[in-house]
Write a protein that binds this ligand. Structure first.
Ligand code: AMP
Ligand code: FE
Ligand code: FE
Ligand code: ZN
Length: 280
């Protein structure tokens, strides 16, 4: 029996379990194929690979990018790329630098709002990982300025909120091209919330999108059904995962708690990739 989870986060970005601990949890839950998809970093992969080899789990290289759209942001997952590919390594470093700068800007906005949260504390919470709003939220909770993550986002950090600052982002076609050049594939993450999904898909498919995250988090049967039909219509591989962060986040399932994925999902993704990296 196979059990797949192709979307989760570790301490390399905004998850709270170290890569090896996450792999250990996956093993204990009977997961046979796991992809770690940290935001803008592959730093968790080496430790995860070692733990997965020891546990007998198949580990797929993964990543998650936030991308620009005129009306907001979509997320693209990358799989099966060469994580040493120089153009990818350079782009990720640029994105993480942007996260650090933006984290400081959010702290400055909070300070101007009368919330004396300190940047060094946020940095300490991120502990060398890619800095994200959940780390700022944690610092706000520790300081007693909000009760929980929900309040941190709804009062300050949510898109358009008083302490919100946008991140450095790439356009979807650029992310898709970068992942393909690195020998991998791109998949549209948690697509059910995208307002005009049907209108966005033709351009993304034409740009080389390989998959649509269909078996996601706590999506219900009707949502899974709708996305599976769209995946078939646009010739995309239906993928899925929990988006587990080991934090309480609305709509996120327990690791492996996503609706079950077809056993041949990774083989189908692999068939859509170009294999070896090429110059970009
Ligand atoms: P960032 O990557 O810094 O823009 O932060 C986005 C991350 O914050 C997501 O990947 C989630 O982990 C988390 N997040 C986003 N919205 C919320 C929310 N309303 N409540 C809790 N966590 C959230
Ligand atoms: Fe996250
Ligand atoms: Fe996401
Ligand atoms: Zn995610």
């Amino acid at each position: 029996m196979s059990k797949l989870d192709l979307h989760c986060h570790t301490t390399a970005s905004d998850g709270t379990l170290a890569p090896a601990a996450l792999v250990g949890l996956a093993h204990s839950l009977g997961i046979t194929t796991l992809a770690i998809t940290d935001h803008d970093t592959t730093a968790g992969l080496p430790a995860a690979r070692r733990a997965a080899a020891a546990a007998g789990i198949e580990l797929i290289p993964g990543i998650e990018f936030g991308c620009d759209l005129p009306y907001g942001e979509i997320h693209l997952l990358g799989y099966l790329f060469d994580d040493t590919y120089p153009a990818l390594v350079a782009r990720l470093a640029w994105l993480r630098e942007g996260r650090t700068i933006r984290g400081q800007e959010m702290v400055a906005k909070l300070n101007a709002l009368g919330v004396p949260v300190a940047w060094p504390r946020v940095q300490a919470i991120a502990a060398g990982g890619a800095v994200g709003r959940p780390h700022v939220a944690q610092a706000l909770i520790e300081g007693g300025w909000v009760a929980d993550t929900d309040e941190a986002f709804s009062r300050y950090l949510a898109w358009g909120g008083p302490a919100y600052v946008p991140r450095r982002r790439l356009a979807p076609p650029d992310v898709i091209a970068l992942l393909r050049a690195a020998g991998g594939v791109a998949v549209l993450a948690h697509p059910a919330h995208i307002p005009a999904l049907e209108q966005e898909l033709p351009a993304l498919a034409a740009a080389g999108l390989a998959g649509l995250e269909t078996y996601y988090g706590q999506y219900d049967a009707a949502t899974v059904d709708r996305l599976a039909r769209l995946a078939a219509q646009f010739d995309l591989v239906p993928t899925g995962g929990s988006d587990y962060h080991a934090r309480a986040i609305k709509d996120h399932a327990m690791l492996g708690g996503n609706p079950p994925l077809p056993a041949d999902t990774v083989a189908r993704l692999r068939a859509r990739g170009q294999g070896a990296p090429r110059a970009i």
